[in-house]
Structures are given as C-alpha cells and as structure tokens.
Design a protein around this ligand. Sequence first.
Ligand SMILES: NC(=O)c1ccc[n+]([C@@H]2O[C@H](COP(=O)([O-])OP(=O)(O)OC[C@H]3O[C@@H](n4cnc5c(N)ncnc54)[C@H](O)[C@@H]3O)[C@@H](O)[C@H]2O)c1
Length: 254
Amino acid sequence: MTQARLAGRIAVVTGAGNGIGRAVSRAFAAEGAAVLCADIAPDDADLVTRGIVDDGGRAVACQCDVSDSASAKAAVEMAVSEFGALHVVVSNAATFVPITTLADMEEEHWHRTIAVNLTGAFLICKHAIPHLRAAGGGSIILVASQMARVANAGQAAYCATKGALVQLAKGIALDHAGDNIRANTLSPGGTATDRMVARFGDLETAERVWGSKHPMGRLARPEEMAPGAVFLASDDSAFMTGADLLIDGGYAAW
Ligand SMILES: NC(=O)c1ccc[n+]([C@@H]2O[C@H](COP(=O)([O-])OP(=O)(O)OC[C@H]3O[C@@H](n4cnc5c(N)ncnc54)[C@H](O)[C@@H]3O)[C@@H](O)[C@H]2O)c1
C-alpha cells in the first residue's frame, strides 16, 4: 500500500468553495492532510468541508475574505487551533471583474482585483509564515495562471496580479528558504469552473471559445490541477522553490 503523501500535514486552502480550490482541498484530504477550507462564500466552504468529512477526511470550513488582514489572520489561526499546526498554504482565491480595456476599467474593479488576487496572497502568507516556521518549515503554493506569462485582451488587471504572484513566490522563497519554507506558483490554463461561466455565460461556450485556444483543444477539469498542488505540497518537491508549475495544455507554448 502506498503511503498518503500528505499524512500528518495541515493545510489552509483559500477559495476552497469552488473550482480549483475545491478540487485541491479534496485531493489534499484524500492524501491524508487536514484542510481548513476558507472561502468568502460560507455555504460553499461548508459544502466542500462536509463532502470531505463524509468521505472520512479531516476538514473545517471558515468564512474568510482574504483581502481583509484580520479575516486572513483568523483563518490561519483557526487552522492552528483546530488541528494543532500549519504546514501548507494554498492561496487560490481570486475575484472576477468585467472584461474590458484598461481605459474603460472601473477604478474599483482595479482595486478589488489587486486586493483579492495579490494583497490577499500577501496577507495569508504573512500571517501563515510564523506558524510554518514554528512547524519546522512548510510549503506555500500561490495559484497564478498562464496569464502570468502571456496576456489576454480585456484582462490587464488580472494578468498584472498573476505576473506579480510569480515574483511574490520567488521573493518568499528567497526570504524564507532558511526557515525551510518553500514557495512556488501553480499556473493553470483555462479550467472549467464558475470563473469560465462568469466570463463566457456557460461552459459549452467557454469550451468552444476558450478551450479551443489551448493546443490540447479543450479546457482542463479542476481535478487536473490537484495533482500539481499535491506535488508542490509534498516532500516529492522538497528541492523545488521559487518556481512556477505551468499546467496549461500548452497555451503559453504558442
Ligand atoms: N478557471 C480558470 O480558467 C483559471 C485559469 C488560470 C488560473 N486560474 C486561477 O485559479 C484560481 C481558482 O480559480 P477558479 O476558476 O477555481 O475560480 P472559482 O471562481 O471557481 O472559485 C474561486 C473561489 O474563490 C472565492 N473567493 C472569491 N473572492 C474571495 C475572497 N476575497 N476571499 C476568499 N475567497 C474568495 C469564491 O467564492 C470561489 O469559491 C484563481 O486564482 C484563478 O485566477 C483559474
């Protein structure tokens, strides 16, 4: 029998209520981790948590807005108080704002994109690092995007935050290698989630319009991102830090 790769690990996953965060939370629990499922939408966080517990895993739900420092800190502290320590952080939450050129972009949409996608990652990491250090080290995974490498019209703010996350992970990697804390980005390509529904109206249209832009000719399923996150969280990637794991069906290879 193979050993669960995250046995004894305790993880916080943000944006855990849907899509990629939900798939990562389930995969972590299936690999033996205890997971704090944090999401701004409490019902979604509850549903994912209940599913994990029903399957025999360990999880707790937490309502959290990652753009709010006190809320991010409370989520991290809840993981430690519920499970006793913290070893893994997946900063996955991202907001969705209308697709538009920069000149037409509402300033509040710019600020919200930065606040959730980038400042949210900073806050969750800032509050988590003392606990990772206390545990003897850990793994931070920032969910970026293929849009960290190539841009897309109408998404300047989103692309800017995703590029910044790659550099943020490198900065954390350098600052905290001495603490045995690794930091990497996981960069999905187009993935069939509610984000795609928000953007294209429905998943069929998303597959046709966006999936076809990927050399593999389709969108990913959220579950296709989870093995990458398990790899980055586990000792299988013990010598990997400051790197970007691109799982994009070849999108950025054009
Ligand atoms: N779906 C894709 O095609 C795709 C491609 C590349 C990168 N990504 C990235 O993957 C990550 C997950 O995307 P997804 O497609 O699963 O999205 P999703 O919209 O399905 O899920 C995002 C989750 O984040 C939560 N959330 C939003 N704002 C929050 C906040 N302020 N605090 C806490 N939680 C918050 C939402 O409630 C939701 O449950 C994001 O970082 C996204 O940028 C997605």
